[in-house]
Design a protein. Structure first.
Length: 424
């Protein structure tokens, strides 16, 4: 299937076709993007988001994701414990997928799960949780824009995406009463020792000397055997946010203190951080920027995360960076991308020179939820896993061909990747 060059505004002059989007069917959306829905709950209430994928040593591909009723799920009759973490599995290169199973659901809003398999065979899911104070609501707190139903249906209560929208009118209204106060509990890890068939009953909270560290990345294993969990923290009063890594030297039994990345920059590097090892054993980190205002930044470490260079501007806007090394040597950076004309989309960059330059942007899908992760399939094609956002948000998958070297590092407009069939 030939995919055409599109503008930042999402214009696509290829024929448009719509197929009913039940689970497992391949779908062309309104802009002729081929994808498959691999997990979906209800049309009106279900909300599945923020997925992460991992290929296991046995060949299975597993995906973990957040399951709730909105970007933040408050305790309610359907979700008495708020949001939870679910897992699906494919045994045939992403062609078919199992039904979701719940792998963790405590009394908090468990969110942003990521999964990796370590050299000892164990699976590690990292996530963070929001703790609710059900005894006290926020009441009328501050002033916020009033959004229309279409905006709420498309973006839910996701503050990052709503912030970019023009309110229904210019009036500013106070937030309705009754929202429950919440605080971040911090990062957790959860282990499985049998390829994800069963999981520990209790997740391990990683204690930090400063509160409010969160995570949205895989635990990564270093050549010296240490594990690193990328994390992030924000201080709204200082209008600053930055990343970091937490080391473990005993396979996750205990964890050290956070090593900050970019704290001295006084920038709003507002959330997710991911890391990848380069061929010369330099550790390379990418940090999310601030909505559409601050570009993503990067830093490097020559001692497996014990110290870091100052952060530098990577040259483009993005959220939720996810890094994947291909067998052929390229590094994929999948992320929630942005352009002025059309807003957010699910994007991709490619480095063919060990993170010195990033070719792109490529467009995976027009959906703004994004938070994509990628897995290399046995035939060399790429499987991208990402989410939609808004009411009834689902988990999508797309298989695509790795773009050939364009010899142009920065494209004037996103190029849509060449999507491939995903089998039955």
């Amino acid at each position: 299937m030939l995919i055409v060059l599109i503008s930042c505004g999402g214009k696509n002059h290829s024929p448009k076709k719509v197929i009913h989007d039940s689970i497992g069917e391949q779908v062309f959306d309104k802009d002729s993007v081929l994808y498959k829905i691999i997990s979906k709950k209800g049309i009106t209430r279900g909300y599945q988001a923020v997925p992460d994928a991992c290929r296991l040593d046995n060949g299975d591909i597993v995906v973990v994701f957040y399951d709730g009723d909105n970007h933040v799920t408050y305790p309610n009759p359907e979700y008495p414990n708020a949001g939870r973490i679910c897992l699906i599995r494919s045994k045939d290169e992403g062609s078919t997928w199992s039904n979701p199973i719940v792998i963790y659901d405590d009394v908090n809003d468990n969110r942003d799960p990521h999964i990796n398999q370590m050299s000892d065979g164990s699976l590690i899911v990292s996530f963070f949780s929001l703790e609710f104070d059900v005894s006290e609501s926020q009441g009328l707190k501050g002033e916020e824009p009033s959004y229309n139903q279409d905006q709420v249906s498309k973006f839910g209560n996701n503050p990052d995406l709503l912030h970019e929208q023009k309110p229904e009118n210019s009036e500013v209204k106070v937030r309705p009463t009754g929202q429950i106060k919440w605080t971040s509990k911090g990062p957790y890890i959860l282990k499985s020792f049998n390829n994800g068939n069963t999981w520990q009953k209790e997740a391990k909270l990683i204690s930090t000397s400063r509160p409010e560290w969160n995570c949205s990345a895989k635990v990564r294993e270093m050549p010296d055997g240490s594990w690193l969990l990328p994390v992030y923290r924000s201080e709204p009063l200082k209008k600053a946010a930055w990343g970091g890594v937490i080391p473990s030297f005993d396979k996750g039994s205990t964890w050290g203190e956070v090593v900050s990345i970019g704290e001295d920059a006084n920038l709003v590097l507002a959330a997710e951080t991911d890391v990848i090892l380069l061929k010369d054993e330099t550790l390379f980190a990418v940090l999310r920027g601030d909505r559409s205002l601050v570009n993503m930044h990067y830093a490097s470490s020559n001692d497996f995360g014990k110290s870091w260079t100052p952060v530098k501007d990577i040259g483009f806007v993005g959220h939720a960076p996810s890094l994947t090394r291909l067998k052929s040597g390229e590094i994929l950076l999948s992320y929630r991308a942005y352009c002025d004309e059309s807003g957010y989309y699910t994007g991709l960059r490619i480095s063919r020179d060990e993170a010195k330059t990033w070719e792109g942007p490529y467009l995976i899908d027009n959906t703004p939820g994004a938070y994509p992760s990628t897995v290399e399939l046995s035939d060399g094609s790429i499987l991208a896993i990402y989410y939609e956002e808004g009411e009834g948000s689902s988990i999508r998958a797309m298989r695509f061909k790795l773009p050939e070297d364009s010899y142009d590092i920065q494209f004037p407009f996103p190029k849509q990747v060449e999507a491939l069939s995903m089998g039955h």
